[in-house]
Design a protein around this ligand. Sequence first.
Ligand SMILES: [Zn+2]
Length: 430
Amino acid sequence: MTVDDRPISICEHLSASVATEYHVWFTGHQLDRHWVCDQCRGQFPLLPDRMVEATDGLIEHCRNTAAWDGICGTPEIRHRPSDLKFTRETFATPCLGNEPWVDIQPKPGRDGDWVVILKSGDVVCANPRQGTSNLILNLRELSFEIDDGTGLLLSSRFDYGVIFQTFGEHACVFELSTGAITAHISRGKYLTGVSHYSVAFLEINERSLIVVATDWNRLDIIDPSSGHCLTGRSPTSHNEGEQPPKHYLDYFHGQLFVSPKGNWIVDNGWVWHPIGLVRSWNLHAWLNRNPWESEDGPSLQTLADWFYFMNGPVCWIDDSTIAIWGWGSDDDWLIPAVRLFDLPSGQETRWFPGPKTRSKWELPRKKIAPSMFFDSYLFSIHDDFGTAVWDVFSGEQLLQDSSLNPVQYHPGSKEFLSVASDGILLSTLS
Ligand SMILES: [Zn+2]
């Protein structure tokens, strides 16, 4: 439990073990809260007279005798006046191709170039400010059709890319200089529509590598030039009726996030019930010492979990701090918030309420634009509420621009890219 998770007091019924479920009662002042039973919750906002001070022993007792069942009230969302603002410019769209693009990624570097993939398989490098658009390759002989659910990722060295079915089975790795497909990858058909394809580039010793799902419960590090697997191990599966093998992992891998210096990886996956489960482990340990690190290695940590919620926004703050969206234990009671976890300890260090993001839980799943970015500030984006800027250290909101809904961020040129009715809108925080 973090310091921020302690209740101030607990109702007499929970204290005396008369109740088996508890609700978190936010007072509206900072993160202050109480724990109350369902009966006491019905009195909200009148706090019962007979509350018992929460000691460590009593908190532990209540955790053992009562289950978390909901929230009443809201924590305080703090604001701090600032001079920050977004400056914006709109550019005509033809430079991003004459047909709708299906995904867009910032090209590494400071030039403000973007790499766009079109339904035709054309991959275009475009710069809206300069009005340029260059076809760099055409992807052919993929193992799937390109559609609105297709995703694109690029290596930081800009030597390889990967195109994948965000909520599907297939991915193809390609060489950016030639367009040659270097690896066809499948993660199997088992419930692929639930979790985002697991794929991420990393750079080790000036070499691009790729982490990718090769089964619903298996990830591998592969050499993108050849598809050669660097984390060979077996078995990771078994037939029905057989005993699970040693190291067997009963976990659906999800979207992957490699830390800025390439030391850690975070996996936004899930397990049956369904429970969204965010895990992390050390990439060097996995690549150099223990091929089973992603299954049950010593560095493996479970960071956050929620009943009935998964695929929420995640982003790195620095190489040892990850921000995970959503406070609460259950999809019905999630508070828009950011929780910060430290690695290697895996401990939650603090959280703050307020950031609203695109994080709909709907089936069938659809690819949605990323909605949490960090670059000196934390940026949270919601299609209805726009973009908010947060001081991630104090948890204060510094700016809310309800008219700005970017779909990507370019860390090199520090521009947010939005789709406007009359072109491409580029916004910069100043
Ligand atoms: Zn009570």
